[in-house]
Design a protein around this ligand. Structure first.
Ligand code: UDP
Length: 261
């Protein structure tokens, strides 16, 4: 995998030690096109506060996030953190919002897309929804599979036969991102991205939060309302606030000691 955190990378901000790209949705798609043209393989991650808290304790996941060629600000907390750190991100770049735009670009360029993950049948529905949105989109394959190691040979065989340019993996974090990091070089895929629950949204299996809630950065409340079992994962949010406050404070102290004011 190519690790391009620095080469021709536009503005990035480190949030809790993980670089995040300060790009809008359309700039993200342009950046993906740039990655596709590089002739190397790239991993894309969609960073939210849960990722950042998990990465604190999960060394392999942290390494994957740090090495990713592109890291979008998926969570409202990440957008806010970037702003507080003085590197404004215009808004969230979630997998669910990015996929329709990416599908349009794939259709335009003729890139084949493979949809891996989610419950049986969901990836096919998500692919069909994107094809309807972006006529001409080439669906190279769909497969639910599972993120367990024993399933890898079968999945890699599907990918070998399908030869997609773009791979979308919906196994939830961190499994999907670790899966891509382990297997990307064993495929001929150029760009692979973990997309979390995006197939469920596209397939109509789960509703997205109303736009107003999304714009207010409160999508997590809606998801918690629909799926109360998520409360354990949501405990990452207060941890995120505390860790971020600590980092901001440390930065301020360092700045003072640097004699800038
Ligand atoms: N998933 C899967 N296999 C697994 C675990 C998860 O296919 O072993 C899928 C699940 O069906 C869902 C997606 O991974 O489509 C993860 O969705 P979730 O809403 O948890 O992700 P988030 O958006 O919160 O990261």
């Amino acid at each position: 995998m190519a690790h391009t955190a620095t080469d021709a990378t536009p503005s990035r901000v480190a949030v809790l030690g993980v670089p995040v790209d300060c790009l809008s949705l359309s700039e993200t798609v342009d950046r993906i096109e740039h990655l596709m043209a590089s002739g190397r393989q790239h991993q894309i991650v969609t960073v939210n506060p849960e990722f950042l808290v998990a990465a604190r304790y999960h060394r392999a996941f942290r390494a994957v996030l740090r090495r990713a060629s592109l890291a979008t600000a998926d969570g409202a907390g990440v957008v806010l953190a970037a702003r507080l750190l003085g590197r404004p991100v215009r808004g969230r770049v979630t997998g669910a919002d990015l996929l329709p735009l990416l599908a349009e670009r794939c259709a335009l360029r003729g890139w084949g897309v493979f949809f891996l993950g989610a419950a049986p049948g969901v990836a096919a529905l998500a692919a069909a929804a994107l094809q309807q949105h972006a006529p001409g989109l080439r669906v190279a394959g769909v497969w639910s599979g599972s993120p367990v190691l024993a399933d890898e040979p079968a999945i890699l065989e599907h990918l070998r036969l399908a030869r997609p340019e773009v791979l979308l993996v919906a196994y939830g974090a961190p499994q999907q991102d670790l899966w891509i990091a382990r297997n990307l070089t064993r495929t001929s895929v150029q760009v692979a991205m973990g997309v979390g629950g995006a197939f469920d949204f596209l397939a109509g299996r789960k509703p997205r939060a109303p736009r107003l809630l999304r714009q207010a950065g409160l999508e997590w409340i809606y998801r918690l309302w629909l799926e109360p079992w998520r409360y354990k994962r949501m405990l990452a949010l207060p941890a995120f606030v505390i860790l971020l406050a600590r980092d901001l404070l440390a930065q301020r102290v360092l700045y003072r000691h640097g004699g800038h004011y």
